[in-house]
Ligand binder design. Structure first.
Ligand code: S3P
Length: 184
Protein backbone atom coordinates (compact mmCIF):
# COMPACT_ATOMS: atom_id res chain seq x y z
CA UNK A 1 0.00 0.00 0.00
CA UNK A 2 1.29 3.44 -0.76
CA UNK A 3 1.98 6.76 0.83
CA UNK A 4 3.68 9.75 -0.73
CA UNK A 5 6.85 10.57 1.16
CA UNK A 6 8.63 13.91 0.87
CA UNK A 7 12.35 13.92 1.57
CA UNK A 8 15.12 16.49 1.23
CA UNK A 9 17.37 18.84 3.13
CA UNK A 10 16.21 21.21 5.87
CA UNK A 11 14.17 24.22 4.74
CA UNK A 12 13.28 23.02 1.22
CA UNK A 13 9.55 23.26 2.01
CA UNK A 14 8.60 19.65 2.74
CA UNK A 15 5.94 20.63 5.27
CA UNK A 16 4.35 23.37 3.16
CA UNK A 17 4.28 21.22 0.04
CA UNK A 18 3.10 18.22 2.05
CA UNK A 19 0.07 20.11 3.36
CA UNK A 20 -0.83 21.31 -0.11
CA UNK A 21 -0.42 17.82 -1.57
CA UNK A 22 -2.49 16.16 1.13
CA UNK A 23 -5.28 18.63 0.40
CA UNK A 24 -5.06 17.92 -3.32
CA UNK A 25 -4.97 14.14 -2.85
CA UNK A 26 -7.47 13.93 0.02
CA UNK A 27 -4.79 12.03 1.87
CA UNK A 28 -4.00 12.41 5.55
CA UNK A 29 -0.99 14.62 6.29
CA UNK A 30 1.79 13.56 8.67
CA UNK A 31 4.90 15.55 9.47
CA UNK A 32 7.43 13.33 11.24
CA UNK A 33 8.95 16.18 13.26
CA UNK A 34 5.52 17.36 14.44
CA UNK A 35 4.56 13.77 15.27
CA UNK A 36 7.71 13.28 17.36
CA UNK A 37 7.32 16.66 19.04
CA UNK A 38 3.78 15.82 20.08
CA UNK A 39 4.60 12.32 21.22
CA UNK A 40 7.62 13.33 23.28
CA UNK A 41 6.09 16.59 24.50
CA UNK A 42 9.31 18.42 23.62
CA UNK A 43 10.66 20.55 20.81
CA UNK A 44 13.07 18.84 18.41
CA UNK A 45 15.91 21.10 19.59
CA UNK A 46 15.22 20.06 23.20
CA UNK A 47 15.27 16.35 22.27
CA UNK A 48 18.65 16.86 20.57
CA UNK A 49 19.95 18.71 23.62
CA UNK A 50 18.58 16.50 26.38
CA UNK A 51 18.47 13.04 24.80
CA UNK A 52 20.97 13.32 21.93
CA UNK A 53 20.77 12.86 18.18
CA UNK A 54 20.91 8.99 18.23
CA UNK A 55 17.77 8.95 20.37
CA UNK A 56 16.02 11.31 17.94
CA UNK A 57 17.01 9.06 15.01
CA UNK A 58 15.57 6.07 16.85
CA UNK A 59 12.30 7.96 17.28
CA UNK A 60 12.28 8.75 13.56
CA UNK A 61 12.78 5.09 12.73
CA UNK A 62 9.91 4.08 15.00
CA UNK A 63 7.67 6.63 13.31
CA UNK A 64 8.58 5.20 9.90
CA UNK A 65 7.69 1.68 11.01
CA UNK A 66 4.40 2.84 12.54
CA UNK A 67 3.34 4.85 9.52
CA UNK A 68 3.51 1.88 7.20
CA UNK A 69 0.47 0.35 8.81
CA UNK A 70 -1.93 2.91 7.38
CA UNK A 71 -1.49 3.92 3.75
CA UNK A 72 -2.88 6.90 1.82
CA UNK A 73 -0.94 9.54 3.62
CA UNK A 74 1.38 12.34 2.61
CA UNK A 75 4.41 12.15 4.88
CA UNK A 76 6.81 15.07 5.25
CA UNK A 77 10.03 13.81 6.78
CA UNK A 78 12.77 15.51 8.76
CA UNK A 79 15.84 16.14 6.57
CA UNK A 80 17.90 13.32 8.09
CA UNK A 81 15.26 10.59 8.35
CA UNK A 82 15.92 9.09 4.92
CA UNK A 83 19.59 8.58 5.85
CA UNK A 84 18.54 5.67 8.04
CA UNK A 85 18.86 2.38 6.15
CA UNK A 86 15.77 0.84 7.71
CA UNK A 87 13.45 3.81 7.16
CA UNK A 88 14.76 4.24 3.63
CA UNK A 89 14.24 0.58 2.84
CA UNK A 90 10.68 0.65 4.14
CA UNK A 91 9.67 3.75 2.20
CA UNK A 92 11.32 2.74 -1.05
CA UNK A 93 9.68 -0.67 -0.96
CA UNK A 94 6.11 0.50 -0.54
CA UNK A 95 5.77 4.21 -1.10
CA UNK A 96 6.30 6.93 -3.67
CA UNK A 97 9.33 8.92 -2.53
CA UNK A 98 9.86 12.49 -3.71
CA UNK A 99 13.09 14.43 -3.27
CA UNK A 100 12.48 18.18 -2.98
CA UNK A 101 15.52 20.27 -3.77
CA UNK A 102 16.69 23.86 -3.81
CA UNK A 103 20.06 25.53 -4.42
CA UNK A 104 22.22 25.78 -1.27
CA UNK A 105 22.16 29.61 -1.41
CA UNK A 106 18.39 29.58 -0.94
CA UNK A 107 18.52 26.88 1.73
CA UNK A 108 21.18 28.80 3.65
CA UNK A 109 19.23 32.07 3.52
CA UNK A 110 16.10 30.33 4.78
CA UNK A 111 17.96 28.59 7.58
CA UNK A 112 19.58 31.79 8.75
CA UNK A 113 16.13 33.35 9.14
CA UNK A 114 15.10 30.95 11.89
CA UNK A 115 17.07 29.22 14.61
CA UNK A 116 14.80 26.27 15.41
CA UNK A 117 16.90 23.58 13.77
CA UNK A 118 19.65 22.11 15.94
CA UNK A 119 21.85 21.03 13.01
CA UNK A 120 21.77 24.50 11.50
CA UNK A 121 22.92 26.27 14.67
CA UNK A 122 26.28 28.02 14.54
CA UNK A 123 27.29 26.36 11.29
CA UNK A 124 28.97 27.94 8.31
CA UNK A 125 27.59 27.72 4.82
CA UNK A 126 30.52 25.44 3.94
CA UNK A 127 29.65 23.02 6.75
CA UNK A 128 26.03 22.91 5.66
CA UNK A 129 27.05 22.38 2.06
CA UNK A 130 29.28 19.50 3.13
CA UNK A 131 26.41 17.85 5.01
CA UNK A 132 24.16 18.32 1.98
CA UNK A 133 26.74 16.84 -0.39
CA UNK A 134 27.08 13.81 1.88
CA UNK A 135 23.33 13.29 1.85
CA UNK A 136 22.71 14.01 -1.80
CA UNK A 137 23.51 10.52 -3.22
CA UNK A 138 21.08 9.04 -0.68
CA UNK A 139 18.31 11.53 -1.45
CA UNK A 140 18.77 10.61 -5.10
CA UNK A 141 17.30 7.16 -4.45
CA UNK A 142 13.88 8.84 -4.58
CA UNK A 143 11.41 7.95 -7.32
CA UNK A 144 11.05 11.61 -8.29
CA UNK A 145 13.16 14.78 -7.92
CA UNK A 146 11.53 18.19 -7.93
CA UNK A 147 13.43 21.47 -7.99
CA UNK A 148 11.08 23.78 -6.16
CA UNK A 149 12.76 27.05 -7.20
CA UNK A 150 10.20 29.67 -8.23
CA UNK A 151 7.21 27.32 -7.87
CA UNK A 152 4.30 27.65 -5.49
CA UNK A 153 3.47 24.81 -3.10
CA UNK A 154 0.32 24.12 -5.11
CA UNK A 155 2.23 23.90 -8.40
CA UNK A 156 4.68 21.47 -6.85
CA UNK A 157 1.83 19.44 -5.37
CA UNK A 158 0.16 19.15 -8.80
CA UNK A 159 3.46 18.01 -10.35
CA UNK A 160 3.88 15.34 -7.68
CA UNK A 161 0.29 14.15 -8.00
CA UNK A 162 0.70 13.61 -11.73
CA UNK A 163 4.01 11.75 -11.30
CA UNK A 164 2.47 9.60 -8.55
CA UNK A 165 -0.32 8.40 -10.83
CA UNK A 166 2.19 7.66 -13.59
CA UNK A 167 4.19 5.63 -11.06
CA UNK A 168 1.08 3.74 -9.96
CA UNK A 169 0.22 2.92 -13.55
CA UNK A 170 3.76 1.74 -14.29
CA UNK A 171 3.62 -0.43 -11.18
CA UNK A 172 0.40 -2.03 -12.36
CA UNK A 173 1.96 -2.75 -15.75
CA UNK A 174 4.90 -4.42 -14.03
CA UNK A 175 2.57 -6.51 -11.92
CA UNK A 176 3.37 -4.72 -8.64
CA UNK A 177 0.63 -4.57 -6.08
CA UNK A 178 -0.03 -0.91 -5.47
CA UNK A 179 -2.87 1.03 -3.99
CA UNK A 180 -4.35 2.18 -7.28
CA UNK A 181 -7.47 3.78 -5.91
CA UNK A 182 -7.33 7.37 -7.11
CA UNK A 183 -8.56 10.36 -5.19
CA UNK A 184 -10.72 12.94 -6.98
C1 S3P B 1 17.09 17.44 10.54
C2 S3P B 1 16.08 18.14 9.95
C3 S3P B 1 14.94 18.70 10.70
C4 S3P B 1 14.72 17.90 11.99
C5 S3P B 1 15.97 17.80 12.78
C6 S3P B 1 17.10 17.14 12.00
C7 S3P B 1 18.21 16.94 9.71
O1 S3P B 1 13.75 18.67 9.92
O2 S3P B 1 14.23 16.62 11.72
O3 S3P B 1 16.32 19.10 13.18
O4 S3P B 1 18.96 16.05 10.16
O5 S3P B 1 18.33 17.39 8.55
P1 S3P B 1 13.52 19.63 8.63
O6 S3P B 1 14.14 18.95 7.46
O7 S3P B 1 12.04 19.70 8.53
O8 S3P B 1 14.14 20.93 8.95
Amino acid sequence: MNNIVLIGFMAVGKTTVGKSLSYLMHYQFVDTDMYIKKKEGKKIATIFKEDGEPYFRELERNVSKGLLKNPRKVISTGGGLFMDDISRGLYLKEDFVVFLKLPMDTIYKRLMKNNKRPLAQSVTKEELTKRYQQRLPIYKNAHLEVDTTGKTAFEIAKEIKKAYYDWLTKGEQNGKRRNTKKSN
